[in-house]
Design a binder for this molecule. Structure first.
Ligand SMILES: C[S@@+](CC[C@H](N)C(=O)[O-])C[C@H]1O[C@@H](n2cnc3c(N)ncnc32)[C@H](O)[C@@H]1O
Length: 228
């Protein structure tokens, strides 16, 4: 990250924190839809102004993909932002759909990857297109769950599980927290109990690793499977 990029990112974080009601504990918009939309609208094409946009797939996803085979599978990337994780799924051979609440984020991802094989689409995790029910072999989510208040995890978990075909898998990457007590956020890192509860919606937890990506706090990488 160049010094200039880092300075623009720090300034953007400050601006975005100032307009984020959740930072002062106000959750009148618990789904935080207005704030997420504002992030992309205010960024005005500057990737430094989108706090989570690292311009590369998450290292824990990249690492996982080295040994996984997604060839020919139908994959869904949830809360895809500017598209780097979705592109990694497509590069691993998956027929990939990626969605985000923000139409601006989707248009931006399409501009960044004009030759992409990913089907980018604006959609809401909590009101998804009905044809996505039971339609995917593989669902990936990175950092969207931790960006939502803990109270929404059951609803979010149900939505994630609903996308899977029987036998399909869900991969979740999120910051971890050691303490089961409710965290102060945003973000709201997930406890071990949160991960187990996520896996309750007709899913079995097949793997749970706690890992520290470079220069980052500890993260979960959790793999769940819907019963065949
Ligand atoms: C913390 S960012 C993570 C983005 C991306 N997954 C990554 O790892 O870089 C959360 C993303 O989820 C999107 N999002 C938030 N709520 C959503 C919802 N209800 N439906 C779809 N996307 C949502 C936001 O717009 C944002 O792009």
């Amino acid at each position: 990250m160049s010094l200039d990029f880092a300075a623009r990112r720090a300034a953007a974080r400050k601006r975005l924190d100032a307009i984020d009601p959740a930072k002062s504990g106000q959750l009148d918009d618990p789904y935080r839809r207005e704030w997420f939309q504002a992030v992309y609208d205010l960024a005005d094409g500057d990737e430094a102004a989108v706090p989570w946009a690292d311009k590369q797939a998450h290292p824990l996803l990249r690492d996982w993909l080295k040994t996984a085979s997604l060839a020919g599978l139908r994959a869904l990337d949830v809360g895809c932002g500017l598209g780097d994780n979705a592109e990694a799924l497509a590069a691993a051979g998956a027929d990939t759909t990626a969605f985000d609440l923000s139409a601006n984020a989707i248009a931006w991802a399409r501009r960044r990857f004009p030759d992409s094989r990913v089907a980018y689409r604006a959609a809401d995790l909590f009101d998804p297109p009905p044809e996505w029910r039971g339609a995917f072999d593989f669902v990936h989510e990175c950092y969207t769950l931790q960006a939502l208040p803990n109270a929404l995890l059951p609803e979010a978990g149900r939505a994630l599980a609903s996308f899977l075909k029987p036998g399909g898998r869900l991969l979740v990457i999120a910051r971890s927290r050691p303490n089961p007590a409710a965290p102060e956020g945003p973000p709201w890192p997930l406890s071990r109990g949160d991960i187990h509860a996520l896996a309750a919606h007709g899913l079995t937890l097949e793997g749970l690793e706690e890992l520290a990506p470079p220069n980052e706090p500890a993260h979960w990488r959790a793999l769940c499977r819907r019963a065949a």
